[in-house]
Write a protein that binds this ligand. Structure first.
Ligand code: GLN
Ligand code: ZN
Length: 759
């Protein structure tokens, strides 16, 4: 018999119970015991739901108070010395201090989990790092499930991926050198699990779908040689891509079974089957753990049948492609979606049903689950035909894009000349990135409007007032290029998605982004079109208030794509191109309405990079093309800006330059302008605004430090191409620190101008 398995369930709760309890605990409004109780209740509920759904192999230790990588750091006692931790076990408050910082210490770094929008806490290792078994969480959760009568398969991040996810501090040594010190703790953990009664574990090694170094490859062999002696049935879980050139290593490791992602990489199945040793089991990741679409069960069953023909039913498990962490909990809560649309979707709970349906089809024949297959076929067919999805005009237009559509009329030098004539900006022109503080009043008004307690007129009047105040404040401070403040926007992607055809929104489709923070990504389900202008009225209104230029403010196509659930019935670049065309039309409408500068934000460009080096080139080509498609439909006299929330461009510098934005603003203050080196080495040709004010904290920088940063920048980039701006948008800040900081920023720019004039 084939078994159904799950690799992980969302931990936050269908109603974000964990988020609410944690935040109350952090505020001091909830005792630790109540937080623990909520967590226990959620774990129990999720285990029971999986059991009830018919999942044979249910995970434990997939729960986390913050992040599973941080959990592993706690388990192996990798607590940086600054937390002053001296106990035998890592307590909850030390754990949260590592995640979020404490009055006296900063948090650990956080970064994206592979190519998802989930963020993990980056392990920090010293050159002489030691490890000790310091959290029994995995064992306790196994025992907790067992006490509920549910046998589970604990999930553990494997030692090679764990070390690979971390950063060595103050040493250039290879983290793999720490493996011999780390492995005994893993052995102790597995021994303890076995003693508690566990029979199997899932060891996640997603790095097996990445390009590996020689030392990582060697580490895999050493690590699993050691772990294989623990007497547990180990399933080596890989996901987010194909094993590719790591297939041989993965299959040579002495483990009981292998999990492969057949949603991202269905083509790898024949090769995997060919190479499987006679004694291993194979877990088929057939249900998409990364997206919200109902599975095409017939297509998935065909893959499962192939595997069964080769390996036999006994050696197979059916599972989601990866942990369900990345999909919302329950579609049944979406009461406002129409039936047809709902029939296209599956959230975590529904995906469990799909896993079970596939397993039963293998074991009992498809007739046993005929209804589910029929529904799946029907959803697939209706998606293939629906006029809500397919619009010929959109497809035709996207297909007729030519390379001429991707080019500005003239090169940068000519444009810069025309634009300088038009705008007559001083050297070191000052600007901001777009948003101004989303104060309590702004959020209150938006909520009241959404509830229907504030009518459109009153809300519109409120927003106009806020916008005008923001314009006056910028004028008073003496900023050269203004912004309207984005008060009318909830979120930089949602705001556009809500106005575009082809997008849908859920009421409860939350997924964890980091810690207690959840996001509700839009769903791009159909061909994208723009029924009408989206931002022109606001930009025109703001520009009408002042003689200074006000930048039109748009979110770029790659970022809209990257922060949404994207349709899976056409390539991502196809969908991106449709979005780019909609933005292109908006850019042209802004230009026609007299807006002279237009900023197209692409903070997600870099995070869209594929996991494998070999795939990067392709991605960067279409991503850059989409940006250019959105931005190139304007006259030379219109100045295109872009913004990215990071400054680390080293390896993608040619693509950043290829965007051909007239001005780019980036984050650089935290790195003391070090990140600008990339621009120097590459000889970046256009204008740059390296952030001089770190907006991630309320601290007001001094004039002197901004002057110092600007002087540093001027050593790297010619002064006539430098702009002066903060690192990012200011929506999370308060007005007092914003006004104070902007005044100092303007003084800093003036100091440099004066120095320039007297030089
Ligand atoms: N214009 C946006 C803002 O200022 C940009 C935000 C971002 O890049 N994440 O809020
Ligand atoms: Zn930013």
């Amino acid at each position: 018999m084939t078994q159904s398995a799950n690799l992980g369930f969302p931990r936050i709760g269908a109603h974000r119970e964990l988020k609410k309890a944690e935040e109350a605990y952090w505020r001091g409004d909830l005792p630790a015991s109540a937080l623990q109780e909520t967590a226990r209740e959620l774990r129990g509920r999720h285990w029971r739901a999986q059991k009830k759904a018919g999942i044979d192999i249910i995970p434990s230790n997939d729960f986390s108070f913050y992040d599973q990588v941080l959990d592993m750091s706690a388990t192996v006692g990798a607590v940086p010395t600054r937390y002053g931790w001296k106990e035998n076990t890592v307590d909850l408050d030390t754990y949260f201090a590592m995640a979020r910082g404490r009055d006296d210490v900063t948090a650990m770094e956080m970064t994206k989990w592979f190519d998802t929008n989930y963020h993990y806490i980056v392990p920090e290792f010293a050159g002489d790092q030691t490890f000790s078994f310091s959290s029994r969480k995995a064992v306790e959760e196994y025992e907790e499930a067992k006490a509920l009568g549910i046998e589970t398969r604990p999930v553990i991040i494997g030692p090679v991926s764990y070390l690979s996810l971390g950063k060595m501090k103050e040493t250039d040594a290879d983290a793999m050198a720490l493996l011999p010190a780390l492995l005994p703790v893993y052995v102790e953990l597995l021994d303890t699990l076995r003693q508690a009664g566990a029979k199997a574990v899932q060891i996640d090694e997603p790095f097996l779908v990445m390009d590996l170094s020689a030392s990582q490859r060697a580490a895999y062999r050493d690590a699993f040689e050691t772990l294989s002696s623990c007497g547990l049935d180990i399933t080596l879980a890989t996901y987010f891509g194909a094993l590719g050139d790591n297939l041989e290593i993965a299959l040579s490791l002495p483990v009981a079974g292998l999990h492969v992602d057949l949603v991202r990489a269905p083509d790898q199945l024949p090769t995997v089957l060919d190479a499987m040793a006679a004694d291993k089991h194979l877990s088929l990741g057939l249900i998409d753990g990364r997206n919200i679409w109902r599975a095409d069960l017939s297509a998935a069953a065909a893959l499962a049948d192939t595997a069964k023909d080769t390996l036999g039913a006994e050696r197979l498990q059916i599972a989601p492609s990866c942990s369900l962490l990345h999909t919302p909990v329950d579609l049944d809560l979406e009461t406002r979606l129409d039936d047809e649309f709902r029939s296209w979707l599956a959230f975590s709970r529904q995906k469990l049903g799909e896993v079970v349906a596939l397993t039963r089809a293998l074991n009992e024949g498809r007739d046993a689950v005929a209804d589910l297959f029929t529904q799946s076929d029907r959803a697939r067919d209706s998606r293939a035909r629906s006029s809500r999805i397919h619009r010929d005009v959109v497809k035709k237009r996207a297909a007729s894009v030519t390379s001429a559509d991707l080019d500005r009329r003239s090169g940068f030098d000519e444009r810069a000349r025309v634009q300088q004539e038009r705008f007559s900006l001083p050297v070191f022109p000052t600007t901001t990135i777009g948003s101004f503080p989303q104060t309590k009043d702004v959020r209150k008004a938006r909520a009241a409007h959404k509830r229907g307690d504030m009518d459109d007129d009153a809300y519109g009047a409120f927003l106009r007032e806020e916008t005008e105040r923001a314009i006056r404040r910028q004028e008073r401070v003496g900023i050269d290029v203004l912004v309207h403040g984005e008060f009318e926007r909830n979120d930089m992607v949602e705001y556009f998605g809500e106005q575009l055809d082809g997008f849908a929104f859920t009421k409860n489709g939350w997924v964890q982004s980091y810690g207690s923070r959840c996001v509700k990504p839009p769903i791009v389900f159909g061909d994208v079109a723009r029924p009408g202008a989206m931002t022109v009225d606001w930009s025109v209104y703001a520009q009408g208030l002042t003689g200074k230029p006000v930048k039109g403010m748009l979110t770029g196509p790659v970022t809209i794509l990257q922060w949404s659930f994207v349709r899976n019935d056409q390539p991502r670049h196809e969908t991106c191109r449709q979005i780019a065309l909609a933005i292109r039309d908006e850019v042209r409408d802004l230009e026609a309405a007299g807006i002279g500068m237009i900023q197209i934000d692409e903070p997600a460009l870099r995070e869209g990079l594929p996991l494998r080096l070999a795939d990067r080139h392709d991605y960067l080509r279409w991503a850059v093309d989409c940006f250019r498609l959105s931005s190139s439909g304007v006259e030379d006299r219109t100045q295109i800006h872009t913004h990215m929330c990071y400054g680390e461009f080293g390896d993608i510098m040619p693509s950043i330059a290829a965007l051909d934005a007239d001005v780019i603003s980036i984050e650089t203050s935290r790195s003391q302008m070090e990140l600008l080196e990339d621009f120097k080495d590459f000889d970046y040709p256009n204008e740059i605004g390296p952030g001089v004010w770190d907006i991630h904290s309320p601290r007001v920088p001094s004039v002197e430090e901004m002057v110092t940063l600007l002087r540093k920048a001027a050593k790297v980039v010619p002064a006539e191409r430098l702009w002066v701006n903060p690192d990012c948008g200011l929506k999370t800040r308060g007005w007092p620190e914003v006004e104070a900081s902007l005044e100092k920023m303007v003084s800093a720019a003036r100091t440099l101008r004066n120095a320039e004039a007297t030089a």
